[in-house]
Design a protein around this ligand. Sequence first.
Ligand code: ADP
Ligand code: ASP
Ligand code: MG
Length: 412
Amino acid sequence: MPILVMKFGGTSVATLDRIRRAAKRVGVEVANGYDVIVIVSAMSGETNKLVGFVEETSPLFDAREYDAVVSSGENVTAGLMALTLQEMDIPARSWQGWQVPLKTTSAHSAARIEEIPPENIMAKFGEGMKVAVVAGFQGISPEGRITTLGRGGSDTTAVAFAAAFGAERCDIYTDVDGVYTTDPRISDKARKLDRIAFEEMLELASLGAKVLQTRSVELAMRYKVKLRVLSSFGEMDESAGTLVCDEEDIVESNVVAGVAYSRDEAKMTLISVADRPGIAAAIFGPLADAGVNVDMIVQNIAEEGRTDMTFSCPTNQVARAEAAMNKAKEAGDINFHDLVADINVAKVSVVGIGMRSHAGVAAKMFNALKDEGINIKVITTSEIKISVLIDRKYMELAVQALHDTFELEKSA
Ligand code: ADP
Ligand code: ASP
Ligand code: MG
């Protein structure tokens, strides 16, 4: 039997009614002749609630226990989905990550998938089971502890299963009907894309477009998984949604494919550190060890042997970053006068493979922001993206202005 992977995100399993609706879609694919692997998220809001419990209990929490707590939301929906399918006379059972077993690294709260042995599930398909319902987002470490794959990780579970089982397709069912030129919640001019290149989707995801987790796009690209994003609320249609595919399979595209944003950024500045060889290593080594995801970095011009070092990280890692820097200061590894955190910034980015061959995108972007009176605090660029850090209160305005400037409401 050909295998299909169908992933349902939080809003698509938010109530028993929605689980039934999702199960009906699964039933259609079973009737179409597929053995189906269903990956489920926790009911929407559940994971946030669990994360909140952990943070309130222990601000600098032990990540192993964080994983034990936050992985539990998916266990509930996996069981409920299996029960719903059974009620529809479809042979189904649930699997938690460790039962598969979905083996991961021991990087708790951000683990990477190492291996998914297909034998157990394939044996059940061989016995007549039609649907394996797998709890997304979770796995088991070499030490036998429960791990999670980072927020949005059920997308990655889905793509990894599609690769491991040679699935014909991996369908990601969510609350929007595909990938848009920007978040449709921010701009009503956002346009749905029929296709998007892996590279562009990878950048958009890593710059904040949470419609797909970055790692899921990486895996799909590496293992050539046919990846589709579509709505769990609309009609079932072969051509629905957005296909994430190779660049060569897209006939025409705009220079800029989309605008992404990341709301919860913080800008941290170490005031007056010694300008000496090894200072960057002395700062960013301890930050990495503390699990801080540093994104942008700017080092000022030195004056009298001292300089300021600025970096950005997610707002919820500011406490960790401060603790790590103060510890390094006490140990005498670094010396700074002050550590200033600005937690009211956001990152806005434009992405497009067309930038490789078109000059002037950055100038156009900076002009559009200037016209709105938006001050840029930090800039970073790569071959196919430009990102700026700005005051959070201007984030929506910046996204809309850039969407207009690059005329993303029109197709190429
Ligand atoms: P799920 O719970 O199904 O995994 P998510 O909330 O993780 O859903 O992702 C879907 C959301 O991603 C959409 O509701 C939308 O607000 C947001 N989003 C951000 N950028 C984009 C984009 N470029 N295209 C589509 N959706 C986007
Ligand atoms: N429930 C997890 C989260 O909210 C994983 C997922 O939904 O993909 O991050
Ligand atoms: Mg998601």
